[in-house]
Structure formats: structure tokens, C-alpha cells
Design a protein around this ligand. Structure first.
Ligand code: ADP
Ligand code: MG
Length: 306
């Protein structure tokens, strides 16, 4: 709440006998102190702030609506709950460090027919987060993996889960640095803390040789405790190439995939859609109608005659 503390001197409602005004002023000051102490900012805004402002305060509004005491209290509590929820949401979204704002409402399912909207809506309930399951999003660049990660992450935040968004490069860069500097443990602890860890873009860039072992340590720690939402442009069959080690990749996949939902997106880049429409590229229809299962991602489709 941005409003500063009102000054008591301007508090006295005009038109009242001096003694009564002083009494009200005293009461408002006491209310101010108590509500501040209880951290009931929204209620304070209504009961105290309004008493000092020109606007219509709760008392006037309550009288106008003929609210009884219980109704008025319920109204005030609802304002407080809503204000606290807004603050929590805004703080949690800041902590999550999403790269941009994307929502499920803003996702055009028609543009990506290989995605089953029912599956995504089911994931949006966040039951998988409650259960500590994982979600793996596979698909070529531009098909909406990061969009869906952010949108599902926001759903989890809205449901009260702690969420952190990072990229595979950032995460593994941090763990490698931690190992070199003797600070691996606190870094592993930091990435183990959020109930949902979102790891974007695994497989885009080559990793350091020890990255696989470090990633395995993190995934083991989070196993059945917290959820991982991870996206990759490479099919899981190729993850040993990403990590440069077949055994490590198998161990990572074993834990990651044990309780997991895999969404494989086959289709065209949304980014290039407009350009295609404008005739700069030739269009190929998506090859799969729906998929959800451990599977590979086809290589980007070559242009064909439409
Ligand atoms: P990826 O992570 O798979 O490379 P992105 O999620 O970054 O793809 O998508 C690229 C851009 O296109 C983003 O701005 C994203 O919001 C948008 N986008 C992708 N797919 C869709 C879609 N089906 N509906 C709406 N916007 C989309
Ligand atoms: Mg992306």
C-alpha cells in the first residue's frame, strides 16, 4: 500500500462539536496503531486512510448500503485478503524470474495442432506440482515451449507454489562455478528449494564436461520432492550427446522420467508463421495430430510444396 501514514491533525471531520471530533480523532489514531501492528494495511486504508481523505470511506459506504457489523467486517476482511494475495502474487512472480509474461489464455492451440489442449489444461491444474512430478516439453525452436513453461509456471505461482525459472545454461554455469569455487552445496540447495524448478532450453548450447554429473546431483536431490519442468529441442534419445556421457544421461532420465508427463510438440515455428503467411516460406502441415509420451522430436521440417 503506497499511502503514507495520515497526519492526525487533519483527521477531525468538520461540522462536529469539538469534544466529539477529538474523541473520533483519538479513536482513529488508536485504530491506526492497532491495524498497523496487525499489518492489516487494506483495512487500515479503509478505516483510517478514508477518515483523512475527501473520498467516501467505509463508514459512509456501510451506512449507504446499510451493512450490519458482520457484513462490514466481512467486506473489510475480503479487502485485506485480496490485497495480501495481490502482494504475494506480485512478489512470487518477481522471485520466479520469468523472462516475459505469457499466459495460457494467450496461447493459440489452433496454431500448434500437435499439442492436446486438454493435456495442457490438465497440467494447468498443477496436480503434478502437488505430487512432485515432472514435465518434459520437447520440440523444435519457436513452437511455444518457453511460452508454455512461463504460463504453467504462473499457474503454479497463482496456486501458492514457489517457482523459479532458469535456463539450462544459467543453471549449469552456476553449478560448474560452484564446484570450482567450493560453493556447490549452497547452489544445489538454492535450486532444490522451489517447489517447481523450470529449466529452459536444454540442448541448445554445448555443456561443460562436468555439467552432466552436476545436473544429475540436482535432479537426484529434487527427485520425488519438487517438480522440474524442462524443455529441450533435442529428443531424449539424444540427451547423452548433450551431456557427453551415456551413463550420466541415462541416470538423469531415469529419475526425471519416473513420474513425468512428456509433451512432444511437432510443428512449425510460431515466430515464422507470419512470414510464412506472407509467402516468404513454403508451409508444411504438422505431421502429428496429438502426442504425449516419451518420444523424439523430428528435425525441423524442410520446406515442401504446400
Ligand atoms: P520455443 O521456446 O519453443 O522456442 P517460444 O515459446 O519462445 O518458443 O515461442 C516464440 C514466440 O512465439 C513467443 O513470443 C511465444 O509467446 C509465441 N508463441 C509460440 N507459440 C504460440 C502459440 N501457439 N500461441 C501464441 N503465441 C505463441
Ligand atoms: Mg524457448
Amino acid at each position: 500500500m503506497a499511502r503514507g501514514k495520515p497526519q492526525a491533525t487533519s483527521a477531525v471531520p468538520t461540522g462536529l462539536p469539538a469534544a466529539e471530533s477529538a474523541e473520533i480523532s483519538q479513536l482513529v489514531e488508536e485504530l491506526d496503531a492497532m491495524l498497523s501492528r496487525l499489518r492489516l494495511g487494506a483495512i487500515r486504508e479503509q478505516l483510517v486512510g478514508a477518515a483523512f481523505s475527501e473520498g467516501v470511506g467505509l463508514l459512509e459506504e456501510a451506512a449507504r448500503r446499510q451493512l450490519n457489523l458482520r457484513e462490514a467486517l466481512a467486506w473489510l476482511c475480503a479487502a485485506e485478503v485480496s490485497s495480501k494475495e495481490q502482494r504475494r502474487l506480485s512478489m512470487a512472480l518477481t522471485i520466479a524470474r520469468f523472462p516475459f509474461v505469457r499466459t495460457l489464455e494467450g496461447f493459440e492451440f489452433e496454431a500448434q495442432p500437435s499439442i492436446d489442449p486438454g493435456k495442457i489444461r490438465d497440467l494447468a491444474t498443477c496436480r503434478w506440482v502437488a505430487n512432485g512430478d515432472n514435465v518434459v516439453l520437447l520440440g523444435p525452436p519457436g513452437v511455444g515451449k518457453t511460452h508454455l513453461e512461463v504460463a504453467l509456471g504462473r499457474e503454479a505461482v497463482a496456486r501458492g507454489y514457489t517457482v523459479q525459472f532458469t535456463t539450462a545454461m544459467e543453471l549449469l554455469g552456476s553449478l560448474v562455478k560452484g564446484q570450482q569455487q567450493g560453493t556447490l552445496e549452497p547452489r544445489l540447495a538454492q535450486y532444490s528449494k522451489p517447489k517447481l524448478l523450470i529449466i529452459d532450453e536444454l540442448g541448445y548450447l554445448p555443456l561443460e564436461p562436468q555439467a552432466g554429473h552436476l545436473f544429475f546431483q540436482l535432479i537426484s536431490r529434487r527427485y520425488e520432492q519438487g517438480s522440474v519442468l524442462i524443455s529441450s529441442n533435442r529428443p531424449v534419445e539424444e540427451w547423452d550427446e548433450i551431456f557427453g556421457d551415456q551413463v550420466v544421461a541415462a541416470a538423469i532420465l531415469d529419475r526425471l522420467m519416473h513420474h513425468s508427463h512428456v509433451v512432444t510438440i511437432r510443428g512449425d515455428s510460431y515466430r515464422l508463421r507470419e512470414k510464412r503467411r506472407a509467402g516468404m516460406f513454403r508451409v508444411q502441415a504438422p505431421r502429428a495430430s496429438s502426442s504425449a509420451g516419451v518420444g523424439g522430436v523430428p528435425p525441423p521440417t524442410p520446406a515442401e510444396e504446400a
